[in-house]
Design a protein around this ligand. Structure first.
Ligand code: ADP
Length: 755
């Protein structure tokens, strides 16, 4: 997100004297007046003052030293940056929601300045609009259609397709051969007409010549057909080779990107880039780019032939072309915009499907199938309407252009006819010329569709290249190995936010000894999962460090670190495949015996043997053929297999019944022994064996201590425990015979209350 806009010249002049030669640290646009009217203005931030410029006039200067604080707040669908919120507040600027994130960052920047710190805030959040021209980016991208280098993209497609260049050379030869036969065959037809068919009364004398010329025509036709077939095979090979490499590259890139990036782009969009966009580039190469060479060669070849044949007639062919080109050029933008709109809605359709399939369980549970069908229908109808309108437009305008282009052939026929009638031209010659004219027109017709194909391919290529160009977080130059780590963990002043302008964890300091078990506790949204996300290196701390055995977590080779980390999450994901392969996922080289040993430790062995195919049982997509508790035990076996030094348990027993929980707790007890463990559990009772409990509140550590210490303190933890005891007592009362829990008595799996 851009925080250093350039001041327009007139605003710079207006700010000049008040700036007093100070460096502008940040410059942010705002767009509303205090009474909610649109305006154009900038907030300039220097080390000592804030300057508000509106429509190139200096509105006010606020010395930083006079401020006790600032706050970025939301009004009615707009925002305001307010000074001294806890004292005598006054507004600094107003803005639309588009700038909300920017001013949330301004709040942090100015707060730093008030505290006397030079702010080093750089935003990595994406803009929604092009900072150059202000137009919206292509959805889900940072690509501006107007400012991007489209020729550069085509050149890059060419460079990326380097492995296919050999195929292209073969194709070029085939095209030339094809063009040669195509140019030669009208000449044979001309001879057939002039030397045989118009020699009335020649009888059988010309039979031999007739047969020979017909055979020659047939040979030309056979040759072009054979060359065409070989050409299709070669171009399919080339484009498939290209697209395979491209798909692999982009997939590899996506896999190497941090989780935050993948979440932000969303799975549907990335799948579309990997499959749809690459496919579209493949179609472009196979059917358009390679063909274009043929069309250009043929156009030039035929052009030379017709001009040398009869320059006047050649000129007649060309007469309507400038008009057609003019019209094509005028409608190009309109066609492009229509296609862009169509794509945007197609993406929306994919997103809708993706969303529903991912949350299909929720849809079913809440019986919302009808609503989802209606929602899908509404998007699908919009897609249909937009597609119909676009196609209607394209298939009306382009045939008209085609007709206009072909209009020259009538002039040619009239002029040529006059020459034939005046015996200044043979009939065969006129037919030959007309065939060449037809060739020229089909080339031009093809070229008129070229901008559309190029435009589609460029957008797809930009979407693919955008992913390929993302910076992968660098691996350390000399990565440490996690092989012999002891598992000491230290969070040193860690601050982190999923969005750079909103910190979720603030200045977290925590030292954890090797083998210690830490229970992370706090209200929902306090930041517990975020702590373990950082430990799992799914995200990187914005400020501060996480140290493992005294070394920065970022200094360990990523793969190696992950190999020495055991993770059991609330909803363990199993891949479709056999149970043994799912256990082996943690260590692909593990033997069957090792997997079975891990399953025994995880209390999974018995239930696996009870399944029809034992360890070879197919678990179904996402492991849906197994119960939650069974999936969880397989996940534990997976964690055991990697023999980790650090264990992470995130609500590992949240979604299982009390009996299964006992088995899982037993298994967890086995695998956490002697390992540094971070555990989050909704049921606080399950954390009673933790060495220390760390209570988080709004992203900060609020309390640290054992269960007894924290109960004695009677703070947040004690409050949480009391609340949970009340809930458990209530659910026990409801479940008890005579309670209101219904005949089954199910529903209470609260487990014993914390003591
Ligand atoms: P807890 O585990 O204590 O319930 P979390 O660590 O999951 O809390 O979340 C802390 C805050 O971070 C919440 O406000 C939540 O909305 C936000 N948050 C969590 N995950 C993401 C994410 N992937 N993207 C953006 N915000 C997130």
């Amino acid at each position: 997100m851009k925080l250093d806009y350039a001041l327009p010249e007139a605003s710079s002049e207006a700010a000049g004297a008040a700036l007093g030669g100070e460096e502008i640290l940040y410059c942010l646009p705002y767009d509303l007046t205090p009474d909610g009217k649109f305006t154009e203005g900038f907030l300039v931030i220097t080390m000592t003052r804030l300057m508000v410029l509106r429509e190139n006039r200096l509105e006010k200067v606020v010395p930083i030293a006079s401020l006790s604080g600032v706050c970025c707040g939301e009004l009615n669908s707009s925002g305001m940056l307010e000074a001294d919120p806890s004292g005598d507040p006054f507004p600094i600027v107003f803005f639309t929601m588009e700038h909300m994130a920017r001013y949330s960052m301004a709040e942090r920047i100015i707060t730093d300045l008030i505290e006397g710190v030079r702010p080093g805030i750089v935003s990595t959040d994406d803009e929604k609009k092009c900072p150059n021209c202000g137009r919206p980016f292509i959805r889900n991208t940072r690509i501006c259609r107007h400012c991007s280098d489209r020729v550069g993209v085509l050149k890059r497609i060419w460079r990326v397709s380097r492995p296919c260049w050999g195929y292209y050379a073969v194709l070029l030869l085939l095209f030339w051969a094809n063009s040669g036969f195509m140019l030669y065959s009208p000449y044979v037809s001309k001879r057939l007409i002039d030397e045989v068919l118009t020699q009335f009364g020649a009888g059988g004398r010309l039979m031999g010549h007739l047969l020979w010329l017909v055979a020659l025509t047939g040979l030309c036709s056979l040759a072009t057909t054979l060359i065409g077939a070989v050409r299709e095979v070669v171009s399919a090979k080339a484009s498939n080779l290209f697209v395979r490499d491209l798909r692999n590259d982009i997939y590899k890139k996506v896999q190497s990107m941090p989780l935050g990036y993948i979440e932000e782009k969303n799975a549907g969009d990335l799948m579309h880039r990997i499959n749809g966009d690459t496919g579209r580039i493949q179609q472009f190469i196979q059917n358009v780019a390679v063909q274009a060479v043929n069309e250009v060669c043929l156009f030039i070849g035929v052009g030379i032939v017709v001009v040398s044949f009869n320059p006047v007639m050649a000129l007649l062919i060309m007469v309507p072309i400038p008009i057609a080109l003019f019209i094509t050029n005028r409608i190009r933008t309109s066609v492009r915009m229509r296609y862009n709109k169509q794509w945007r809605w197609m993406d929306k359709l994919t997103d809708t499907l993706n969303n529903v399939f991912n949350g299909v369980k929720v849809v079913k549970v809440f019986g919302q199938e009808e609503r989802e069908v209606r929602r899908f229908e509404s998007v699908a109808s919009s897609v249909r309407d937009i597609t119909c309108k676009t196609e209607q437009y394209v298939y009306t305008v382009f045939p008209i252009i085609k007709f206009l282009i072909g209009f020259g052939s009538y002039f040619v026929t009239i002029y040529g006819g006059m020459l034939v009638l005046g015996q200044r031209m043979e009939l065969g010659e006129l037919m030959q010329f007309s065939t060449y004219a037809g060739y020229l027109y089909s080339r031009l017709d093809w070229f008129s569709m070229l901008p559309r194909h190029i435009s589609q391919a460029i957008t797809s290529a930009q979407r693919v290249f955008e992913v390929m160009d993302e910076d992968v977080p660098p691996e350390p130059a000399a990565p440490l190995t996690a092989e012999n780590i002891r598992g000491e963990v230290e969070l040193d002043n860690v601050t982190f936010g999923y969005k750079s302008y909103k910190s979720v964890l603030k200045n977290i300091n925590l030292g954890v000894a090797s083998g210690e078990t830490i229970g992370l506790v706090g209200h929902s949204g306090a930041g517990k999962s975020t702590v373990i996300n950082l430990l799992m290196r799914l995200y990187k701390a914005d400020e501060g460090k996480i140290l493992i055995d005294g070394s920065d977590i970022e200094d360990y080779a990523m793969d190696d670190y992950k190999n020495h980390l055991g993770v059991v999450l609330q909803e363990s994901y199993l891949f479709s495949g056999s149970i043994i392969n799912n256990i082996r996922y943690a260590r692909p080289d593990a033997s069957d015996d090792e997997c079975i040993r891990a399953a025994k430790i995880a209390n999974a062995h018995d239930f696996i043997l009870g399944l029809p195919d034992g360890y070879d049982t197919y678990v179904g997509e996402k492991g849906q053929r197994l119960s939650g508790g069974e999936r969880q035990r397989i996940a534990i076996a997976r964690a055991v297999l990697s023999d980790p030094k650090i264990m992470i348990l995130d609500e590992a027993t949240a979604s299982v019944d009390a009996e299964t929980e006992q088995q899982i707790q037993q298994a967890l007890g086995r695998i956490t022994a002697g390992r540094t463990t971070f555990a989050i559990a909704h049921r606080l009772s399950t954390l009673k064996n933790a060495n220390r409990l760390v209570v988080l509140e709004e992203g900060r550590i609020a309390e640290v201590g054992s269960h007894n210490e924290l109960m004695a303190k009677d703070g947040i933890y004690a409050g949480l425990v009391r609340a949970q005891r009340t809930m458990t007592a209530l659910s026990v009362a409801i479940d008890a015979p005579g309670g209101h829990g219904g005949p089954s008595g199910k529903g209470g799996r609260g487990g014993p209350p914390p003591r």
